[in-house]
Design a protein around this ligand. Structure first.
Ligand SMILES: NC(=O)c1ccc[n+]([C@@H]2O[C@H](COP(=O)([O-])OP(=O)(O)OC[C@H]3O[C@@H](n4cnc5c(N)ncnc54)[C@H](OP(=O)(O)O)[C@@H]3O)[C@@H](O)[C@H]2O)c1
Length: 284
């Protein structure tokens, strides 16, 4: 195989500003879709999805104790497939109080079957200062590699911006998409300014964007940026923002995960093309 065609198959990667470490620009969200313990058919779908994701070069997997059995399903499947060592595992703490937070985070590590987490995030900023104090200690002692904060709603972007301003938070995770573009007003620039990595959640507005384009043809001009599907249109628009480190679409469908990873390829849209994509989406 020639080097060009090999390179074309490797997803684009982005550097985490605080360390320079590279991660693939498309990850995998597990909310709802990996909460499938006890359902053999759905667990088999999740296994095939995770296997496909890793085969195609994916690494970043995002979970939370809020997502039912998702953490334990992810940990079990990663062990069964033998890909645990390849993943960049992100989860969250979602409770109040220092001791409760520590218990929950230790529980998550057991479920995810890791001795050291790549990224622990404060979910929806719940008791953020308490957990960030614990996470700073855990980072020093090597129990986690990176710490972060998340939210899913534009109403909280101002709080995320305040928390990352000092520059000691490694990651924010926030909603950003053609349907929910508010992070583009200030938050993403603030993240770039504080050298904070950005994980984009809800890249498809929880699937609502597919309902909006249902039955509508992808415009011919999107071929210029290598879009084969609406998922790639939506994802390439996100990934073209220079502050974005990684987007994490949720899916348990192996074909969809392959489609999503394929969006992390050049060419990405320039600013003129991004504006065209936004106005076309707004017109639908
Ligand atoms: N506060 C927080 O920290 C927070 C909040 C929200 C989300 N998150 C994280 O972000 C992740 C993503 O957000 P989300 O799951 O809410 O929404 P999303 O990724 O915007 O959308 C998920 C939906 O898109 C569909 N989909 C995925 N890939 C597709 C493709 N290629 N073609 C067609 N449909 C596709 C999925 O259906 P199929 O299953 O049929 O593929 C699912 O219905 C979550 O899983 C979670 O890890 C974090």
């Amino acid at each position: 195989m020639c080097p060009e065609s090999t390179a074309a198959k490797v997803p684009l990667s982005r550097r985490i500003p605080h360390t320079g470490e590279s991660v693939p620009a498309i990850g995998l969200g597990t909310w709802q879709v990996f909460d499938v313990a006890g359902n053999a058919k759905e667990t088999a779908q999740a296994r095939e999805t995770l296997q496909t994701f890793v085969n195609l070069g994916g690494r970043v997997v995002d979970s939370s104790p809020m997502y039912g059995s998702s953490e334990s399903v992810t940990g079990r499947l990663a062990a069964e497939i033998g890909v645990g060592g390849k993943l960049f595992v992100a989860t969250k703490v979602w409770t109040s109080g220092r001791e409760a937070g520590i218990r929950q985070m230790e529980d998550s590590m057991r479920k995810l079957r890791v001795e050291r987490l790549d990224l622990m995030q404060v979910h929806n900023l719940v008791d953020a200062q308490t957990h960030l104090a614990t996470l700073r200690d855990w980072k020093k002692s090597g129990r986690i590699r990176y710490l972060g904060v998340t939210h899913y709603h534009a109403g909280a972007h101002v709080d995320l911006e305040r928390i990352i301003a000092p520059g000691d938070v490694d990651f924010i995770q926030a909603n950003y998409s053609l349907a929910e573009p508010e992070a583009g007003r200030r938050l993403l620039a603030a993240a770039a300014g504080s050298r904070t990595a950005v994980i984009v959640n809800r890249p498809f507005a929880e699937g609502a964007m597919f309902r909006r384009v249902s039955g509508k043809a992808l415009p011919e001009w999107t071929r210029e940026i290598g879009c084969a599907t609406w998922a790639q249109y939506f994802s390439k628009w996100i990934l073209a923002h220079p502050a974005v480190t990684c987007a994490i679409p949720g899916t348990r469908n192996p074909r969809h995960v392959a489609d999503n990873v394929a969006a992390a390829r050049d060419p990405l849209p320039d600013e003129t093309m991004r504006r065209r994509m936004a106005s076309h989406f707004a017109s639908l």
